[in-house]
Design a protein around this ligand. Structure first.
Ligand code: TK8
Length: 334
Protein backbone atom coordinates (compact mmCIF):
# COMPACT_ATOMS: atom_id res chain seq x y z
CA UNK A 1 0.00 0.00 0.00
CA UNK A 2 2.67 2.35 1.12
CA UNK A 3 5.02 1.44 -1.71
CA UNK A 4 2.25 1.71 -4.24
CA UNK A 5 1.46 5.19 -3.01
CA UNK A 6 5.08 6.20 -3.09
CA UNK A 7 5.48 4.91 -6.63
CA UNK A 8 2.32 6.65 -7.72
CA UNK A 9 3.52 9.92 -6.19
CA UNK A 10 6.88 9.47 -7.85
CA UNK A 11 5.26 8.97 -11.25
CA UNK A 12 3.25 12.17 -10.77
CA UNK A 13 6.35 14.06 -9.72
CA UNK A 14 8.31 12.75 -12.69
CA UNK A 15 5.55 13.70 -15.09
CA UNK A 16 5.37 17.19 -13.58
CA UNK A 17 9.14 17.38 -13.70
CA UNK A 18 9.19 16.46 -17.36
CA UNK A 19 6.70 19.17 -18.21
CA UNK A 20 8.60 21.69 -16.17
CA UNK A 21 12.01 20.94 -17.62
CA UNK A 22 10.65 21.34 -21.09
CA UNK A 23 8.59 24.46 -20.43
CA UNK A 24 10.94 26.56 -18.33
CA UNK A 25 14.46 27.33 -19.44
CA UNK A 26 16.99 28.98 -17.14
CA UNK A 27 16.56 32.68 -17.83
CA UNK A 28 17.54 36.01 -16.34
CA UNK A 29 14.97 38.78 -16.59
CA UNK A 30 16.30 42.30 -16.19
CA UNK A 31 13.29 44.22 -14.87
CA UNK A 32 13.87 47.97 -14.65
CA UNK A 33 11.86 50.71 -13.00
CA UNK A 34 12.31 54.40 -12.28
CA UNK A 35 11.42 54.92 -8.64
CA UNK A 36 13.50 54.05 -5.58
CA UNK A 37 13.41 50.52 -4.14
CA UNK A 38 11.31 51.65 -1.18
CA UNK A 39 8.33 52.71 -3.27
CA UNK A 40 5.04 51.21 -4.40
CA UNK A 41 6.77 50.42 -7.70
CA UNK A 42 9.71 48.68 -6.05
CA UNK A 43 7.57 46.63 -3.68
CA UNK A 44 5.41 45.36 -6.54
CA UNK A 45 8.37 44.48 -8.76
CA UNK A 46 9.86 42.44 -5.91
CA UNK A 47 6.58 40.57 -5.48
CA UNK A 48 6.51 39.92 -9.23
CA UNK A 49 10.05 38.51 -9.03
CA UNK A 50 9.09 36.16 -6.20
CA UNK A 51 6.00 34.92 -8.03
CA UNK A 52 7.95 34.18 -11.22
CA UNK A 53 10.71 32.32 -9.38
CA UNK A 54 8.15 30.29 -7.43
CA UNK A 55 6.15 29.36 -10.53
CA UNK A 56 9.22 28.26 -12.51
CA UNK A 57 10.93 26.40 -9.68
CA UNK A 58 13.67 29.02 -9.68
CA UNK A 59 14.46 28.63 -13.38
CA UNK A 60 13.47 32.16 -14.29
CA UNK A 61 15.27 34.73 -12.18
CA UNK A 62 14.03 38.29 -12.11
CA UNK A 63 16.59 40.99 -11.39
CA UNK A 64 14.64 43.97 -10.07
CA UNK A 65 16.64 47.09 -10.91
CA UNK A 66 15.18 50.34 -9.62
CA UNK A 67 16.15 53.99 -9.38
CA UNK A 68 16.41 54.29 -13.18
CA UNK A 69 19.76 52.47 -12.91
CA UNK A 70 19.00 50.93 -16.33
CA UNK A 71 17.98 54.34 -17.70
CA UNK A 72 15.00 56.66 -17.79
CA UNK A 73 11.61 55.35 -18.87
CA UNK A 74 12.24 56.31 -22.51
CA UNK A 75 15.72 54.76 -22.52
CA UNK A 76 14.40 51.51 -21.07
CA UNK A 77 11.58 51.42 -23.63
CA UNK A 78 14.17 51.58 -26.40
CA UNK A 79 16.27 48.88 -24.72
CA UNK A 80 13.20 46.62 -24.64
CA UNK A 81 12.43 47.27 -28.28
CA UNK A 82 16.03 46.49 -29.21
CA UNK A 83 16.10 43.36 -27.05
CA UNK A 84 18.85 44.61 -24.70
CA UNK A 85 16.53 44.47 -21.66
CA UNK A 86 13.65 42.09 -20.96
CA UNK A 87 11.10 43.96 -18.84
CA UNK A 88 10.17 47.24 -17.19
CA UNK A 89 7.35 49.08 -15.51
CA UNK A 90 6.90 52.77 -16.16
CA UNK A 91 4.74 55.56 -17.32
CA UNK A 92 2.37 55.23 -20.26
CA UNK A 93 2.92 58.95 -20.94
CA UNK A 94 6.43 58.42 -22.28
CA UNK A 95 5.12 55.75 -24.68
CA UNK A 96 3.00 58.21 -26.65
CA UNK A 97 5.80 58.81 -29.17
CA UNK A 98 5.80 55.06 -29.86
CA UNK A 99 2.06 54.34 -29.61
CA UNK A 100 -0.08 57.51 -29.98
CA UNK A 101 -3.17 55.85 -28.45
CA UNK A 102 -1.40 55.85 -25.08
CA UNK A 103 -2.23 59.58 -24.93
CA UNK A 104 -5.70 58.52 -23.84
CA UNK A 105 -4.33 58.02 -20.30
CA UNK A 106 -3.03 61.60 -20.23
CA UNK A 107 -6.51 63.08 -20.64
CA UNK A 108 -7.10 65.43 -17.69
CA UNK A 109 -10.11 64.49 -15.56
CA UNK A 110 -10.95 61.46 -17.68
CA UNK A 111 -11.16 59.11 -14.68
CA UNK A 112 -12.85 60.19 -11.44
CA UNK A 113 -12.01 57.39 -9.06
CA UNK A 114 -10.13 54.12 -8.72
CA UNK A 115 -13.22 52.01 -9.48
CA UNK A 116 -13.47 53.70 -12.88
CA UNK A 117 -9.73 53.36 -13.39
CA UNK A 118 -9.66 49.61 -12.76
CA UNK A 119 -12.72 48.91 -14.91
CA UNK A 120 -11.51 51.02 -17.82
CA UNK A 121 -7.89 49.87 -17.78
CA UNK A 122 -8.68 46.18 -17.28
CA UNK A 123 -11.55 46.25 -19.80
CA UNK A 124 -11.77 46.38 -23.61
CA UNK A 125 -10.48 49.98 -23.90
CA UNK A 126 -7.40 49.22 -21.83
CA UNK A 127 -6.80 46.07 -23.89
CA UNK A 128 -7.12 47.94 -27.17
CA UNK A 129 -4.60 50.60 -26.15
CA UNK A 130 -2.22 47.97 -24.77
CA UNK A 131 -2.37 46.02 -28.04
CA UNK A 132 -1.05 49.01 -30.02
CA UNK A 133 2.39 48.36 -28.49
CA UNK A 134 2.94 44.96 -30.13
CA UNK A 135 3.65 46.13 -33.67
CA UNK A 136 6.18 48.55 -32.11
CA UNK A 137 8.18 45.79 -30.45
CA UNK A 138 6.69 45.86 -26.95
CA UNK A 139 4.24 43.58 -25.20
CA UNK A 140 2.10 45.37 -22.62
CA UNK A 141 1.03 42.89 -19.95
CA UNK A 142 -1.08 44.87 -17.47
CA UNK A 143 -1.57 48.30 -16.00
CA UNK A 144 -0.47 49.10 -12.49
CA UNK A 145 -1.46 52.22 -10.57
CA UNK A 146 0.69 55.32 -10.54
CA UNK A 147 -2.24 57.36 -9.24
CA UNK A 148 -3.98 60.70 -9.21
CA UNK A 149 -1.52 63.49 -9.84
CA UNK A 150 -1.17 66.59 -7.70
CA UNK A 151 0.94 69.70 -7.96
CA UNK A 152 3.93 70.66 -5.86
CA UNK A 153 6.08 73.74 -6.18
CA UNK A 154 8.52 75.88 -4.35
CA UNK A 155 7.45 79.34 -5.44
CA UNK A 156 4.04 80.10 -4.00
CA UNK A 157 0.91 78.31 -2.86
CA UNK A 158 -1.58 77.80 -5.69
CA UNK A 159 -4.85 79.33 -4.51
CA UNK A 160 -6.07 80.67 -7.83
CA UNK A 161 -5.44 79.78 -11.43
CA UNK A 162 -3.29 82.92 -11.83
CA UNK A 163 -0.86 81.56 -9.22
CA UNK A 164 0.33 79.13 -11.90
CA UNK A 165 1.65 81.99 -14.02
CA UNK A 166 5.30 81.61 -14.85
CA UNK A 167 5.89 78.61 -12.57
CA UNK A 168 8.60 76.52 -14.15
CA UNK A 169 6.94 73.15 -13.97
CA UNK A 170 8.52 69.87 -14.91
CA UNK A 171 6.16 67.72 -16.98
CA UNK A 172 6.52 64.25 -18.46
CA UNK A 173 7.90 64.11 -22.00
CA UNK A 174 4.56 64.23 -23.72
CA UNK A 175 2.53 66.81 -25.66
CA UNK A 176 -0.70 66.41 -23.72
CA UNK A 177 1.06 67.30 -20.47
CA UNK A 178 2.94 70.10 -22.15
CA UNK A 179 -0.25 71.58 -23.62
CA UNK A 180 -2.21 71.06 -20.40
CA UNK A 181 0.18 73.02 -18.24
CA UNK A 182 0.78 75.69 -20.82
CA UNK A 183 -2.99 76.15 -20.86
CA UNK A 184 -2.80 76.79 -17.11
CA UNK A 185 -0.19 79.48 -17.60
CA UNK A 186 2.80 77.52 -16.32
CA UNK A 187 6.16 77.42 -18.01
CA UNK A 188 6.09 73.67 -18.73
CA UNK A 189 9.46 71.96 -19.08
CA UNK A 190 9.60 68.30 -20.23
CA UNK A 191 12.20 66.29 -18.32
CA UNK A 192 12.80 62.60 -17.61
CA UNK A 193 11.74 61.58 -14.12
CA UNK A 194 15.27 60.41 -13.35
CA UNK A 195 16.50 64.02 -13.56
CA UNK A 196 13.67 65.50 -11.55
CA UNK A 197 14.98 65.50 -7.99
CA UNK A 198 18.18 67.26 -8.99
CA UNK A 199 16.26 69.74 -11.13
CA UNK A 200 14.09 70.61 -8.13
CA UNK A 201 17.04 70.72 -5.76
CA UNK A 202 19.09 73.03 -7.96
CA UNK A 203 15.97 75.09 -8.70
CA UNK A 204 16.29 74.45 -12.43
CA UNK A 205 12.51 73.97 -12.13
CA UNK A 206 10.09 75.26 -9.49
CA UNK A 207 7.65 72.39 -9.37
CA UNK A 208 6.33 69.10 -10.64
CA UNK A 209 3.19 66.98 -10.56
CA UNK A 210 2.94 63.37 -9.41
CA UNK A 211 0.84 61.24 -7.05
CA UNK A 212 1.36 61.64 -3.28
CA UNK A 213 3.12 58.27 -3.12
CA UNK A 214 5.92 59.50 -5.35
CA UNK A 215 6.29 62.80 -3.47
CA UNK A 216 6.86 60.61 -0.40
CA UNK A 217 9.10 57.88 -1.89
CA UNK A 218 11.23 60.24 -3.97
CA UNK A 219 11.55 62.64 -1.02
CA UNK A 220 10.32 65.61 -3.03
CA UNK A 221 9.14 67.07 0.30
CA UNK A 222 12.79 67.86 0.99
CA UNK A 223 12.91 70.24 -1.96
CA UNK A 224 9.27 71.34 -2.37
CA UNK A 225 7.28 73.52 -0.01
CA UNK A 226 3.74 73.71 -1.42
CA UNK A 227 1.40 70.91 -2.37
CA UNK A 228 -1.90 71.67 -4.05
CA UNK A 229 -4.55 68.96 -4.27
CA UNK A 230 -5.68 68.98 -7.89
CA UNK A 231 -6.16 65.28 -8.84
CA UNK A 232 -5.92 66.56 -12.40
CA UNK A 233 -5.28 63.19 -14.02
CA UNK A 234 -5.16 59.49 -13.14
CA UNK A 235 -1.89 58.00 -14.37
CA UNK A 236 -1.40 54.29 -14.88
CA UNK A 237 1.90 52.50 -15.13
CA UNK A 238 2.27 49.71 -17.65
CA UNK A 239 4.31 46.53 -17.31
CA UNK A 240 6.03 45.88 -20.62
CA UNK A 241 8.13 43.10 -22.09
CA UNK A 242 10.56 43.16 -25.00
CA UNK A 243 8.69 41.52 -27.88
CA UNK A 244 11.96 40.19 -29.28
CA UNK A 245 12.49 38.28 -26.05
CA UNK A 246 8.81 37.40 -25.47
CA UNK A 247 8.52 35.70 -28.85
CA UNK A 248 11.27 33.26 -27.85
CA UNK A 249 9.45 32.15 -24.68
CA UNK A 250 7.29 29.04 -24.37
CA UNK A 251 3.55 29.47 -23.84
CA UNK A 252 4.04 28.28 -20.25
CA UNK A 253 6.71 30.93 -19.63
CA UNK A 254 4.53 33.65 -21.11
CA UNK A 255 1.67 32.55 -18.88
CA UNK A 256 3.87 32.69 -15.77
CA UNK A 257 4.84 36.29 -16.57
CA UNK A 258 1.26 37.35 -17.26
CA UNK A 259 -0.08 35.69 -14.11
CA UNK A 260 2.66 37.19 -11.94
CA UNK A 261 2.10 40.66 -13.45
CA UNK A 262 -1.59 40.37 -12.51
CA UNK A 263 -0.90 39.16 -8.98
CA UNK A 264 1.57 42.01 -8.54
CA UNK A 265 -0.97 44.44 -10.01
CA UNK A 266 -3.61 43.53 -7.44
CA UNK A 267 -1.07 43.87 -4.65
CA UNK A 268 0.31 47.12 -6.07
CA UNK A 269 -3.06 48.83 -6.42
CA UNK A 270 -3.98 48.04 -2.83
CA UNK A 271 -0.54 49.03 -1.54
CA UNK A 272 -0.66 52.31 -3.50
CA UNK A 273 -4.13 53.18 -2.24
CA UNK A 274 -3.27 52.37 1.38
CA UNK A 275 -0.14 54.47 1.14
CA UNK A 276 -1.88 57.37 -0.62
CA UNK A 277 -4.53 57.47 2.11
CA UNK A 278 -1.82 58.19 4.68
CA UNK A 279 0.56 60.21 2.54
CA UNK A 280 -0.99 63.64 2.91
CA UNK A 281 -0.75 63.57 6.71
CA UNK A 282 2.79 62.26 6.32
CA UNK A 283 3.76 65.09 3.96
CA UNK A 284 2.23 67.71 6.26
CA UNK A 285 4.19 66.35 9.18
CA UNK A 286 7.33 66.63 7.05
CA UNK A 287 6.64 70.34 6.66
CA UNK A 288 4.85 70.63 3.36
CA UNK A 289 2.17 73.28 3.17
CA UNK A 290 -0.89 71.59 1.70
CA UNK A 291 -3.94 73.29 0.24
CA UNK A 292 -7.10 72.36 -1.59
CA UNK A 293 -8.16 74.68 -4.37
CA UNK A 294 -11.32 76.65 -3.61
CA UNK A 295 -14.16 75.04 -5.61
CA UNK A 296 -14.52 77.96 -8.01
CA UNK A 297 -10.80 77.90 -8.82
CA UNK A 298 -10.85 74.12 -9.26
CA UNK A 299 -13.63 74.60 -11.81
CA UNK A 300 -11.63 77.24 -13.67
CA UNK A 301 -8.64 74.92 -13.77
CA UNK A 302 -10.78 72.03 -14.92
CA UNK A 303 -12.24 74.13 -17.73
CA UNK A 304 -8.77 75.10 -18.95
CA UNK A 305 -7.59 71.51 -18.84
CA UNK A 306 -10.59 70.01 -20.57
CA UNK A 307 -9.77 72.28 -23.51
CA UNK A 308 -7.12 69.73 -24.45
CA UNK A 309 -9.72 66.95 -24.79
CA UNK A 310 -10.38 67.68 -28.46
CA UNK A 311 -6.70 67.31 -29.32
CA UNK A 312 -6.41 64.06 -27.35
CA UNK A 313 -9.46 62.74 -29.24
CA UNK A 314 -7.71 63.61 -32.50
CA UNK A 315 -4.45 62.01 -31.42
CA UNK A 316 -5.99 58.71 -30.31
CA UNK A 317 -8.68 58.62 -32.99
CA UNK A 318 -12.37 59.51 -32.71
CA UNK A 319 -13.43 55.84 -32.57
CA UNK A 320 -11.32 55.06 -29.54
CA UNK A 321 -12.35 58.34 -27.91
CA UNK A 322 -16.03 57.51 -28.38
CA UNK A 323 -15.58 53.93 -27.19
CA UNK A 324 -13.91 55.31 -24.05
CA UNK A 325 -16.77 57.68 -23.32
CA UNK A 326 -19.32 54.88 -23.87
CA UNK A 327 -17.37 52.49 -21.67
CA UNK A 328 -17.09 55.10 -18.90
CA UNK A 329 -20.82 55.77 -19.08
CA UNK A 330 -21.43 52.02 -18.67
CA UNK A 331 -19.01 51.80 -15.74
CA UNK A 332 -20.62 54.82 -14.05
CA UNK A 333 -24.11 53.37 -14.46
CA UNK A 334 -23.12 49.95 -13.07
C1 TK8 B 1 8.87 56.84 -12.89
C2 TK8 B 1 7.89 57.69 -13.72
C3 TK8 B 1 6.92 58.43 -12.84
C4 TK8 B 1 6.01 59.36 -13.65
C5 TK8 B 1 6.75 60.63 -14.02
O1 TK8 B 1 9.87 56.36 -13.72
O2 TK8 B 1 7.62 60.58 -14.89
O3 TK8 B 1 6.47 61.68 -13.43
O4 TK8 B 1 4.87 59.69 -12.91
O5 TK8 B 1 6.15 57.51 -12.13
O6 TK8 B 1 7.21 56.82 -14.59
Amino acid sequence: MRIKFALGALAVLMAAGAVQAQDFKPRIVRFGYGLVEDSNQGRAVRLFAKEVEKATGGKMKVRAIGNAALGSDTQMQQALIGGAQEMMVGSTATLVGIAPQMALWDTPFLINNTREADALLDGPVGDKVRATLEPKGLVGLVYWENGFRNLTNNKNPINRLEDMNGIKLRVMQNNVFLDSFKALGANAVPLPFSELFTALETKAVDGQENPYNTVVSSKFYEVQKYLTVTNHVYSPWIVTVSKKWWDGLSKAEQKVLMDAAKTARDFERKDTRDEAAKALADLKSKGMQVNELPAAEATRMREKLTQVHASVANAVGQDLWKQTQDELAKIRAA
